[in-house]
Design a binder for this molecule. Structure first.
Ligand SMILES: NC(=O)c1ccc[n+]([C@@H]2O[C@H](COP(=O)([O-])OP(=O)(O)OC[C@H]3O[C@@H](n4cnc5c(N)ncnc54)[C@H](OP(=O)(O)O)[C@@H]3O)[C@@H](O)[C@H]2O)c1
Length: 174
């Protein structure tokens, strides 16, 4: 199973503030939906709360929390007590690809575990309290990019980037 990160981050790497998104960019939402549709989507407990404690439809939502006995409160959501348990649950779904959908803590923990990063770079410098780590360019290489200009529905220009792992990292060093 391929493990991929999907994220939108500003030029200064901000991804959220006060447990909310920093923008409303329909083209990016469409990309997120199309890319993750029908596949496992792993997220941290705070990101799930930012979604109003509701699973994203059409995806196998897996929520990670360290809280003993944590329940997401929805039968469609699977709970995991670690990132590794979440990845194991995704593997059991026999999907060809699973996604890490944030937030900041989960991205940081999974960066070196993933094979691909789908990064929407938002061309703005914004205040945030959750961030995406700097992508190590000795481990990942940008293999695709497409710029989308700002327009009446998009306050900021964006670039859809795909980063592919070029160097394998031994699991014990992650
Ligand atoms: N721009 C984007 O693409 C994007 C995508 C997603 C989210 N976001 C934003 O990111 C922000 C949330 O990010 P965040 O860093 O604050 O929180 P987060 O990563 O969504 O969730 C953090 C929580 O996940 C659990 N957790 C983390 N590591 C764990 C581990 N190894 N094992 C078990 N549980 C673990 C803990 O839950 P417990 O405290 O319950 O133990 C922790 O408090 C929001 O502003 C959201 O809007 C942005």
């Amino acid at each position: 199973m391929k493990l991929s990160i999907i994220v939108a981050a500003s030029l200064n790497h901000a991804i959220g503030k006060n447990n909310q998104m920093l923008w409303n960019l329909p083209e990016d939402m469409r990309f997120f939906k199309n890319t993750t549709w029908g596949l496992p989507l792993i997220m941290g407990r705070k990101t799930f709360e930012a979604l109003g404690n509701k699973p994203l439809p059409g995806r196998f939502n897996i929520v990670i929390s360290r809280r003993p006995g944590y329940k997401a409160g929805n039968p469609e959501v699977q709970e995991a007590d670690s990132l590794f348990q979440a990845i194991d649950l995704a593997k059991k779904m026999d999907a060809k690809e699973a996604f890490i959908g944030g937030g900041g803590q989960i991205y940081k923990e999974s960066l070196l575990l993933c094979d691909t990063i789908y990064m929407t770079r938002v061309f703005a410098t914004l205040e945030g309290d959750a961030f995406f780590p700097v992508i190590p360019q000795d481990v990942f290489q940008m293999t695709y990019s497409k710029k989308v200009p700002a327009d009446e529905k998009h306050a900021y220009a964006m670039e859809f980037q795909t980063w592919t792992k070029i160097k394998s990292i031994p699991e014990h060093s992650v």
